[in-house]
Each structure stands twice: as C-alpha cells, then as structure tokens.
Design a protein around this ligand. Structure first.
Ligand SMILES: [Zn+2]
Length: 245
C-alpha cells in the first residue's frame, strides 16, 4: 500500500453505505482521483467540512494495487467556498465545470496546465460572482485547448492564411476556415466573437472576465453557443448541466 500527498480540488461526492462517501477530485500531482472517505458522514469525523464540493484541500491518501478507488486518510482545508454556498448560480456554474473536468480528464493522469487553469477559474468566479458567465466561457475554451480539441484560432485550417477582420466558419471537424475555403458553410464566427476567443488565449481568467463586461451581450451569447456546440461534439452528447444560456 502506497501513501501519497497532493493538493486537490473536490469536484463531486456520492454517499456510500451508511457513513462513507465517494469523493471525486482533481489533484495537482495525480489528476482525477476517486476515493473513499470512511466515516465522513458521522457527526464528529476527521474530515470535517473539507469534502464539501469545490473545497481546495491538502489530501493524503492510500492507493491499493489493482483498486480504482483510493482511500482518503487525511485532509486539510486550503480554501473553502462556504461563503458561496447560498449562491445558486455559482454552484450550478461550479458543478458544470466540475462535470466537464470529470468528463475530460483521464483518471490518475496529472496535468498541471489543466489543474492550474481550473483552479484559476474557480478562484476568479469566487472572487467576482457576477463574472461567472465569462469565467465559464474562458474555462470551456481552455479546457478544449488543453485537451487538444480547440481549432487553430489564428489561421485557416485549409489555406493557412492568417485570419484578419472577417467572418470565419467552424466546420463539423472542429476546424476554422476562411469564407473562401469553407464556402461559408458551418457555424459562422463573427469578427467580434473571434476577438473574444483570441482574448482567452492572451489573458488570465479574472482579467478576461473583467474586460468582457464591455462586450455586447449578443457576442457573449454567440460565444456560449459556439463553445457548447464544440463541447457537445467532443463528448458526443450534451453536458448534463447547461448554466445561464
Ligand atoms: Zn482558407
């Protein structure tokens, strides 16, 4: 039996037997982990409130050979989201991000870029709840990018010409093409929407969300439709939760 310690973000929990829970979390050093927290539903237990979803913890766990579930041994709260527990839209948004992280992350595979991006997005929305929607868009674009599904936003996938001020088109194969190469078929990506997509590549989530306050609601709506469509295509189904669209 091996023992490990890592920082981790609690994403989802399920009740197990009478007093236990299965906890799914994204960890810094081991990626997606599913573990059993024994006795955590008893009144006085060693885990306290640390296993509430979206809490950032320091986690110690045991791994048994040939077992998919690890055993949680100790937790310590690094950042609680207790202050947001009454904010329904934040909780829906967080559940949505949690679901996508679970859907997109292979178990036990550390991905530092994904971990840091996710943490920054949870943090940005916690710090400024009214910016949730823009943070979710940022999260979706970066999740697609880190997992290798985001098309090249810079140039046409066919003729490699760098996009300038023009409407471009997203094809069924998740590639972006200029009007000429695509024959204007596919989902139109307006110049403003394209600028928003490019902005995610240049800015951290809090800054992106701050600047997005000035962006027209029509463009934001188009962005939500586009990212939702891309994620649906990658998952080959619609996400379980669809917040604020
Ligand atoms: Zn082209």
């Amino acid at each position: 039996m091996a023992i490990f310690e890592t920082e981790a973000l609690v994403l989802r929990t399920y009740n197990l037997a009478e007093a236990d829970k299965i906890v799914v979390c994204l960890s810094r050093s081991a990626g997606l982990i599913r573990g059993v927290a024994k006795g955590c539903r008893k009144l006085r237990n060693r885990f306290g409130a640390s296993l509430e979803p979206f809490t950032l913890i320091n986690l110690t766990y045991y791994e048994k050979e040939n077992k998919e579930l690890v055993s949680f041994s100790q937790t310590e709260i690094l950042r609680s989201r207790f202050n947001l527990s009454g904010n329904a839209s934040i909780l829906t948004g967080f559940s949505y991000m949690g679901d996508l992280l679970i859907d997109f992350s292979p178990p036990h595979q550390a991905n530092d870029n994904l971990y840091r991006m996710a943490l920054a997005c949870f943090e940005a929305a916690s710090e400024s709840p009214p910016d949730l929607e823009s943070v979710l868009r940022y999260f979706e674009v970066w999740l697609l990018k880190i997992e290798g599904f985001l098309p090249d936003l810079r140039a046409c996938a066919n003729c490699h010409r760098v996009f300038s001020e023009e409407t471009i088109y997203l094809g069924n194969d998740l590639s972006l093409r200029c009007a000429e190469c695509s024959g204007s078929r596919g989902t139109a990506v307006s110049k403003r929407l394209h600028a928003q997509l490019r902005a995610t590549e240049k800015l951290p989530p809090a800054k992106f969300a701050e600047e997005a306050r000035e962006v027209a609601s029509e463009t934001k709506k188009q962005m939500a439709e586009l990212t939702f469509q891309m994620i649906g295509r990658v998952l080959e189904r619609m996400p379980r939760i669809r917040p604020n669209v």
